[in-house]
Design a protein. Structure first.
Length: 197
């Protein structure tokens, strides 16, 4: 029993070291994505006075689906999303770029039905944030490996408090709960697509 626990501890430490080594080269990826969002918001505020948003609009161009994560309603909206986007991105990147890309693709796929049928537009990185959270919460349960379980626990303890906002009753007024829910579904979809047995 003691030997098995020691082996598990060594295995977890080794996996964590590997994850941290991978993360070192990947730290810049979420920063580059944030730079796009911050650049858009700066141009919007300084040049267009806050009127140049690039949201996903019902019946609008499909381009809005692609640009919506990088469009925000102001600096307060962008700062709130940035502060959660970075740590969750880095947690997913501990597993690798493939997993991170899978979350983004899952979020975009899950956004298409919202774009097609939901009557209200939405934008912001929060859909991706919920996608990252959904992925992290599910991957540990699917794989049952030490690193995956640790990532799930960190995500649950650190960010589980936002989960009630996926339900319309608990979502603040003016917040796109459907964008959050579709992002979360995209993250779960990504976890199902990439988990390793």
């Amino acid at each position: 029993m003691a030997d098995e626990m020691a082996d598990n501890t060594v295995s977890l430490a080794r996996r964590l070291d590997q994850g941290l080594a991978r993360l070192g080269g990947n730290l810049v990826i979420p920063l580059a994505l944030l730079a796009v969002a911050w650049g858009q918001e700066l141009v919007d505020q300084l040049v267009f006075g806050g009127r140049w948003n690039l949201p996903m609009l019902p019946g609008g161009s499909f381009v809005g689906v692609l640009t919506a994560p990088f469009s925000h309603s102001g600096f307060q909206h962008l700062i709130g999303n940035s502060l959660v986007f970075l740590p969750l991105s880095w947690l997913v990147l501990l597993r690798g770029r493939r997993d991170y890309l899978a979350v983004w693709l899952g979020v975009y796929l899950a956004a298409i039905p919202v774009w097609l049928w939901w009557p209200v537009g939405s934008h912001g990185l929060s859909g991706v944030v919920y996608g990252l959270l959904g992925y992290l919460l599910v991957i540990g349960w699917l794989e049952k490996r030490p690193l995956s379980i640790l990532l799930s626990l960190v995500a649950l303890v650190g960010y589980g408090g936002v989960l009630p906002s996926l339900i319309p009753l608990f979502s603040p007024a003016g917040v796109s709960w459907i964008g959050h829910l579709s992002g979360f579904a995209g993250g779960v979809l990504a976890a199902l697509a990439v988990f390793r047995e």
